[in-house]
Ligand binder design. Structure first.
Ligand code: TXA
Ligand code: MG
Length: 367
């Protein structure tokens, strides 16, 4: 498909608490016509199109430069909307929705005929999420109920957490960005696969597989387990072995990546800071500019050309919220090397480490 690169991209500031009706109406008209609108969600900004129109989804792939085998998430505003797009809705989905929707959880179902393969990257399954952001919910309702939306970055760049990030990547390629400033969570939704649960002829449900987390996010494995019992992680998303394929096609790409070479440094705080400071000196002698990602707790131990404090170790949510913006800032500052502290691989830390490891192309040093 031809990429329209010359259109004017309008940034429209919108009120989160009471989205202005005329602004939503204008955005919804674009989507109903098969066009694209970027909009805020609580996780990251999304690039929306009508999920049930093949033409709309095709435009998303073209604007992002996204590989066409990487499926999109369909966003809905009411649980009842699932019936049209999911072939079956297992009881686990209802139980999870009761607790986590609207919110940062995406569930995968076997798809119905209503969902075009252009939206699902050719798969027989469909990913669905009900976001909690009021602007997203209003836009979905006014656009016909089904918005396909990947993160609104160009393929391979960090996900956008502000309207400005979206503009930097997609200016000239989309007509409109709804702007509600910085998002609340900052990393993409947790994805859980429920497509292995199906209905028997007698009406009972059978699980061929334990529900699997395909992408870690704000909703942790522990939180999911509390609601539906046993849940496992896809070995593919955490593996450093390129032969272990993740089940979510998008997780295989080196993604969230800053331009500079990035390394994660693991170990005791003091030693991590010393190691990073030494690298800064060494790189300086080679004429290379180095950026460090540190935390409130370690900021005063670090010496570098550029130091970014990502948040507090005591508050994982603050780390998640700043991660992508910091990777983009390093790009803007022309840094050649990045070193980042490491985080405990539990709760929200799992999602943080997943994104950091991908940004670093899995490069880790233990000190
Ligand atoms: O928080 C989010 O989920 C954001 C906001 C905008 O809602 N969206 C988002 O979309 O992160 P995207 O396209 O950047 O990531 C979607 C991920 C990809 O890794 C894709 O491969 C996976 O979901 N995915 C989508 N449909 C799938 C399916 N049917 N089976 C397996 N993986 C799927
Ligand atoms: Mg993405």
């Amino acid at each position: 498909m031809k990429v329209e690169c010359s259109m004017l991209t309008k940034i429209v500031r919108i009120n989160e608490k009471q989205p202005e009706t005329e602004k939503i109406a204008e955005a919804a008209a674009i989507i109903r016509d098969g066009g694209l609108v970027a909009f805020p969600t609580e996780t990251v900004y999304g690039l929306g199109a009508d999920a049930l129109l093949a033409e709309g989804s095709k435009r998303i792939y073209a604007a992002k430069g996204r590989p066409s085998d990487n499926p999109l998430i369909v966003h809905i505003a009411e649980f009842g909307a699932l019936e049209r797009i999911a072939a079956e809705i297992p009881p686990q989905a209802k139980a999870l929705a009761d607790v986590f929707w609207p919110g940062p959880l995406t569930m995968i179902f076997n798809k119905s005929e209503a969902v075009p393969r252009e939206t699902t990257g050719g798969l027989d399954t469909v990913a669905v999420r009900m976001p909690s952001h009021p602007v997203a919910l209003e836009l979905i309702r006014e656009s016909g109920g089904y918005i396909a939306a990947p993160s609104a970055n160009t393929s391979g760049r960090p996900s956008p957490t502000t309207a400005q990030h979206v503009y930097t990547d997609l200016n000239g390629r989309i007509p409109m960005i709804l702007d509600d400033g910085a998002v609340g969570i900052g990393i993409e939704s947790t994805i859980i696969d429920l497509s292995g649960i199906s209905k028997r002829e007698d009406g009972s449900w059978i699980s061929d597989e334990i529900p699997m987390i395909l992408r870690p996010g704000y909703i942790t494995r522990e939180m999911l387990t509390e609601v539906i019992g046993s849940v496992c992680d896809d070995p593919g998303f955490a593996s450093v072995d390129a032969n272990v394929r993740p089940k979510a096609p998008g997780m295989k790409y080196r993604h969230y990546a800053p331009k500079a070479e990035m390394t994660i440094v693991r170990g005791d705080s003091q030693r991590v800071a010393e190691y990073m400071n030494d690298r800064v000196q060494e790189n300086r002698e080679k004429g290379l500019k180095t950026g460090l990602i540190c935390t409130v707790e370690t900021e005063n131990l670090c010496r570098a050309d550029v130091i970014k404090c990502i948040g507090s170790r005591a508050d994982g949510d603050s780390v998640a919220r700043h991660l992508y913006a910091i990777l983009r800032e390093f790009d803007d500052l022309g840094v050649d090397r990045i070193y980042s502290e490491s985080f405990d691989d539990v709760r929200i830390g799992r999602a943080i480490m997943n994104r950091l490891m991908k940004a670093a192309g899995q490069r880790v040093v233990n000190v």
